[in-house]
Design a protein around this ligand. Sequence first.
Ligand SMILES: Cc1cc2nc3c(=O)[nH]c(=O)nc-3n(C[C@H](O)[C@H](O)[C@H](O)COP(=O)(O)OP(=O)(O)OC[C@H]3O[C@@H](n4cnc5c(N)ncnc54)[C@H](O)[C@@H]3O)c2cc1C
Length: 431
Amino acid sequence: MQAGDAEYDNARKVWNGMIDRKPALIAQCTNADDISECVKFARNNNMIVSVRGGGHNAAGNAVCDDGLMIDLSKMKEIKVDPANKTATAEPGVILREFDAATMQHGLATTMGTVSETGIAGLTLGGGIGYLMTKFGTASDNLISAEMITANGDQIKVDKGNHTDLYWAIRGGGGNFGIVSKFEYRLHNFGPNIVGGMILYPMDQAKPVMQNYRDYARKAPDELMAYTGFIVTPDGLPVTAIIPVWVGDVKEADKHLSPLRGFGAPLADMVTEMPYVQMQALLDAAAPSGIRRYWKSGYFTELSDELLDIVLKHVATRPSLLSPVLFFHIRGAAARTATEVTAFGNRGDQWDSDIISQWIDAADDEKNISWTRNFWKEIEPLTNGVYVNHLGTDDDPRVANAYGANFERLKAIKKKYDPDNFFRMNNNIRPS
Ligand SMILES: Cc1cc2nc3c(=O)[nH]c(=O)nc-3n(C[C@H](O)[C@H](O)[C@H](O)COP(=O)(O)OP(=O)(O)OC[C@H]3O[C@@H](n4cnc5c(N)ncnc54)[C@H](O)[C@@H]3O)c2cc1C
């Protein structure tokens, strides 16, 4: 489709409402052959391509100006093989569809925490979520992928085929080709977990965060706890602890009590619930289509110095829609050695995100400058970044996402995509 077609404007919309790009053509693919045709067509016509999975990436790289947008959002097939504990899924699948399909069989694998996110971008960039502490990242559970290369060839990638590519696509993003099918390892899990939110007034923010950070690392692997500064639906800024016990539900109370028993919460909504419900808990805070500016980095410590800076800026946020979140990466996801997959910068740490969100274009400047000023003060305390949380003007930071793995990624990019045909992404340029 192209400009003027009824569905064109809808098809070029993505999660970040700041992205208003206009591809010359949008191709809605339904299978690998379609994707292959698109790649060959774009090459023959010297067009830039962008690839859309779930369309959830903050940087908006799923959409290009003037080129060919290869839209995979209609590719929704999911097949679960309960006997072998595996699932295949096409790249238009979003998290809620994937989790629902596997949980029907009492199986799950790590996915992210907002259910509208696409499995494609999430897995290719690494994929962190509540289950990572037990099962590793989403990409750690990727058994194989069917891919279309920069020449339009269709290949299978796994531990016996294109092993360099198999390493690279587990964290290296969409730099190496287009995945038309993902195959995942699944694990017995659920259907229920114990989790939810504990909310505190902002005047308790610092001691609550100190108690959280001191406990979060001492607890067993099964305790995952994210945290951050959000605003309740009726407009009250609060400190939120978001714990999930990913072990036996009967064991949950004793391990959650150091968090639940602390201070004087406004509300404690932690309870036993279906895993799929927990996976949608943060959905309302991330509605599709509003305006966004995002900055993110890893912190190995939630030091008092960091907390003081964060609280100072949270108190002056121009939009109450803007959360500041800390996703704790630990357990199996943290222990895997850096060189095992391209998802680098492993270690027990917090992925912290300033997610500025607002409605009105007239407020762009004040929200963006608030975020930049905030970021300028905390950036010196960071230690790398999660590639999937890079924002619209973060291209120079891509190397920081890979640490020691970056040179190897550049060499694999040179082998599979020497012309940098796939460059609408957090781009790794060929070495
Ligand atoms: C509200 C919100 C919450 C999030 N929470 C988490 C979380 O809990 N954990 C986590 O790990 N991440 C999280 N993320 C980040 C998320 O993983 C990335 O934004 C991811 O890129 C989304 O994937 P997508 O398919 O929806 O993205 P898209 O915007 O469609 O694509 C993103 C990039 O991936 C590439 N790509 C997409 N599909 C393919 C394909 N089939 N083959 C090759 N390349 C492809 C595209 O080139 C593009 O550059 C969150 C993002 C948001 C906005």
